[in-house]
Design a protein around this ligand. Sequence first.
Ligand code: SF4
Ligand code: SF4
Length: 136
Amino acid sequence: MMTEKKFKINFTESNVQDSVAYILVSEFDLRPNILKAEISGDGSGVMILSLVGDEEKLVKAEERLEEAGFDIKELEKRIHRDECLCWNCGACTSICPTGCISMDPKTFLINFDDSKCIACGACLNSCAVHALGLHI
Ligand code: SF4
Ligand code: SF4
C-alpha cells in the first residue's frame, strides 16, 4: 500500500557525503521530497524529508538509514493549536511556508491543515498567547 511519511534526519560531517536520496530511490523505490534542509558551517545539518512508497519499504528504509549512521526520526505529530488559547487573530497565517494555516474568509476562524506541516517551527513565535506547540 502506498503511503507518505515525514522524517527528520540529522546528519554529521562524516555521513553528509552519503546520498540519502540515492539510497531511498535505488534500494527501496521510494519517492523522496526534501521539504526543508539546513546545513551548518561544520557540515552537519538537518533535513525534513517526505517519503512516498510502499509501507513495508518505508520501514526498511528507515532502518537502512539508521544503519548508515543517520539520526532519523519519524514526524508523527506536528503542529498543535490549543483552541482554548487561540483567539483567531490571524498573526500566524502569513508565517507558514507551506500554507497549512489559513483564515476562513467567511467565519474569520483559523483552519489548520497539518498534513502540510514540515515542522519548521516558524509559526511558534508568531503567537502572542502561546497557543501553538510543536511535537517532533
Ligand atoms: S511548523 Fe512550520 S510548516 Fe508547520 S504550521 Fe508552523 S510554520 Fe507551518
Ligand atoms: S497567532 Fe496564535 S492566537 Fe493568533 S490565530 Fe495563530 S494560533 Fe491563534
